[in-house]
Design a protein around this ligand. Structure first.
Ligand code: GAR
Length: 222
């Protein structure tokens, strides 16, 4: 089988889809990916409109129609298989995935999380960073493993917390960084420069000992 020249993706969303939009925009600007489908667990969300506007296939798999997590995840995995993605992108997909699902896509699934992991796994990350009096916050891209928001970290971006910040303002600045780091990591994978091998992140032939950080010039550094 010949390798497709564009990396086939499926993007999972639950809401606004601004990270999806960043990937769509980069793909239009030459990022070698083919977004084969956008799947949402919620009907009627803005991210589905964004996908349709870009001519991408959309599917809604509403979790409310399933009796439990396992049956939902099984249906989701079967749906994804229809599109044969080499990479599954969780772009604001607000559901916990069961181990069976994760094992099926191990090493082929990325998540973006709005905090400097391992800080603030889970929800309300911006408010929690403010409540803790942190001086900086940010976002992380990581491979997905069974541990919630706990898989191997790839790239992070920091955002300074300002005295007049609230969760909404802070979230906006973090989101702007998300839109840079997520397509950047996808690009490395599309270029064959990044893998998860035996549980380790390998970038340009070297195991990462710690996550890379986006710098002010946009170039990642250890
Ligand atoms: C983003 O901030 C993303 O990091 C977060 O949801 C938002 C989705 O925004 N994801 C999580 O919290 C996952 N635990 P978007 O729909 O505009 O891309």
């Amino acid at each position: 089988m010949t390798k497709p020249d564009k990396l086939p993706l499926v993007v999972l969303i639950s809401g606004s889809g601004s990270n999806l939009q960043a990937i769509i925009d980069q793909a239009a600007a030459g990022l070698a990916v083919e977004i084969r489908a956008v799947v949402s667990n919620r009907p009627g969300v803005r991210g589905l409109e964004r996908a349709e506007a870009a001519g991408i296939a959309t599917r809604v798999l509403d979790h409310k129609a399933f009796p439990d997590r396992e049956s939902y995840d099984l249906a989701l995995a079967d749906l994804l298989d229809e599109f044969q993605p080499q990479l599954v992108i969780l772009a604001g997909f607000m559901r916990i995935l069961s181990p069976l699902f994760i094992q099926r896509f191990r090493g082929r699934m990325l998540n973006i999380h709005p905090s400097l992991l391992p800080k603030y796994r889970g929800l309300h990350t911006h408010q929690r960073a403010l409540d803790a009096g942190d001086s900086e916050h940010g976002a992380s891209v990581h491979y997905v493993t069974e541990e919630l928001d706990g898989g191997p970290l790839i790239l992070q971006a920091r955002v300074a917390i300002e005295p007049e910040d609230n969760a909404v303002r802070l979230a906006e600045r973090v989101l702007a960084k998300e839109h840079i780091i997520f397509p950047m990591v996808i690009r490395w994978i599309a270029e064959g420069r990044l893998t998860l091998t035996e549980g380790r992140v390998i970038k340009d032939g070297k195991a990462l000992e710690k996550p890379l950080y986006l710098t002010d010039t946009g170039a990642p550094e250890p």
